[in-house]
Write a protein that binds this ligand. Sequence first.
Ligand code: NAP
Length: 339
Amino acid sequence: MTQFWKDQRCTEPPVVEGDLTGKTVIVTGANTGLGFEATKHFARMGAARLILGCRNTEKGEAAVEAVKQVASAPEAIVECWYIDQMRMSTVIDFANKFKADGGRLDILVCNAGITSFKYEVSPDGYEAMIQVNHLSTALLSVLLLPTLQKTAQDTNTMPRLVIVSSAMHYWAKLQVKELQQEDLIKALSSEEFCTAANMKERYQVTKLFNVLFTRALTAHVGPSFPVVIDTVDPGFCYSSIRNDISSGLVMGPTMFLMEKLFALTTEVGSRQLVYAALAGKPDEMRGQFVSFSQTREVGDFILTEQGKQAEEKLWANTVKILSDFSPDAKAVFQEVLNA
Ligand SMILES: NC(=O)c1ccc[n+]([C@@H]2O[C@H](COP(=O)([O-])OP(=O)(O)OC[C@H]3O[C@@H](n4cnc5c(N)ncnc54)[C@H](OP(=O)(O)O)[C@@H]3O)[C@@H](O)[C@H]2O)c1
């Protein structure tokens, strides 16, 4: 809490500068909040092509117009592409559309996310936060990894894959009973593991999954892979992410007060997404957790024996689910990730 206080009240992360001339950037959840602000930073830096992955294309098209206003590349291409992370088929369509283009991909920021205390099951059969925040994020990352890799080889650069997690993962851990489940993801999606008490902690768990998956993916690609994969905490920011949990007699006033005292604007928070996408020496950023313009130690649970078990189980379960869902993901797991 002391660190949180210091970060939120005393540290304003600087704006990151960079030159993205000729480069292509994809940001999911880019119509609003942190994704939108990060996309504007990338446009300001001269990106040649920006793709905003959005589930609501009307909002996405409005964001495209705003991004075009700040784009510094004279012929910048700014587009909104449909993706609804509640349905993995749309993630596959999104990735296929991009691969069919055959263009380069320099930065992929997997930012789309939700939080809720309600138990909801996605059309694919998974608890909604697990699906949107983890499974679809992982699927898009895996499907576009070969494109990032090819860009590295063709252009002699080091593309980046950024997965947006949160400092909330510090508060998450998995119970022994949860870790004993053969299929952790399926179990956590079931009614038995989605009690009202568990749902209050589910967002943190999915953000823990983001960090665990980033570490596992980094370990599987190995240290000489030409793409840097990292994960980032934008800080506690004003945005619509907490709309579903900020009502009621306790949460309403608590969130109101927390935001008044501590929240950063999404523009300030988005600087961290840009930092994770551009700053630091590539080899020092691999698999790292970025927060307030530095790499920071991950949550204690991750470093325990149980945390290691959780990482292995999450990886194995994710590989199985995504491979069953998508032959292309299966091929990447087998050919690129030795899974
Ligand atoms: N704000 C914070 O304090 C904070 C702190 C730590 C981490 N984060 C993380 O930062 C990321 C962005 O959050 P934010 O604060 O910018 O929240 P936000 O303003 O609510 O933006 C979330 C974005 O994700 C999109 N999204 C939600 N469900 C989706 C789905 N099924 N398919 C595709 N896109 C979907 C939203 O689209 P719609 O506009 O259509 O809903 C929106 O564009 C999240 O991963 C969040 O966990 C936020």
